[in-house]
Design a protein around this ligand. Structure first.
Ligand code: HEC
Length: 141
């Protein structure tokens, strides 16, 4: 009974989700787990304004130092990130806490964004080491 009543609502929600997904052009993340795909959509919606990552069509990082703005964040085409550090950055507002707003996504959403970024960030990094040096709360930024 409950299911029957909420079904139309679910359908509407699903339809608007598809429409919203159409808006984020250039997201070529497909065939991944649901968590990673939704992480890619969250990234495109919430993080793309300040970070570059071509797999989702994000171009928020500065292309040139001369046109850089203070809010331009690191380019994730060339910078590798590990899961723990993305979670840290989301919770603390980047590594410095100075510019990037903290908790743009929380809970499950932050886990999905972190899983997505850990997989896709640094795909164009030169000789990237995949070693992770986790930031921790008392590392002093
Ligand atoms: C208002 C602009 C802005 C938004 C929105 C933003 N960031 Fe940032 N981010 C920055 C800036 C600037 C830095 C670099 C300075 C710092 O680390 O404090 C940064 C740093 C980071 C870092 C650390 C990267 C490194 O290696 O130094 C990660 C990871 C990160 N952001 C992830 C995200 C994620 C995930 C989102 C979306 C949930 C997001 N950012 C949204 C501006 C932003």
């Amino acid at each position: 009974m409950l299911l029957r009543r909420s079904l139309p609502i679910l359908l509407i929600a699903a339809a608007s989700f598809v429409l919203a997904a159409c808006g984020s052009e250039g997201n070529s993340v497909t065939g991944q787990s649901a968590a990673i795909e939704s992480g890619s959509q969250l990234f495109a919606a919430r993080c793309a304004g300040c970070h570059t990552l071509s797999v989702v069509g994000a171009e928020g990082s500065a292309a040139k130092v001369s046109s850089a703005e203070r809010t331009n964040g690191p380019n994730f085409n060339t910078r590798k990130e590990c899961y723990e550090n993305v979670v840290y950055a989301i919770q603390n507002g980047g590594f410095s806490g100075a510019i990037m707003p903290a908790n743009i996504v929380v809970g499950k959403e932050s886990e999905q964004v972190a899983a997505f970024l850990a997989k896709y960030a640094g795909s164009e990094a030169m000789g990237s080491t995949t070693k992770c040096a986790p930031k921790s709360a008392n590392a002093g930024g």
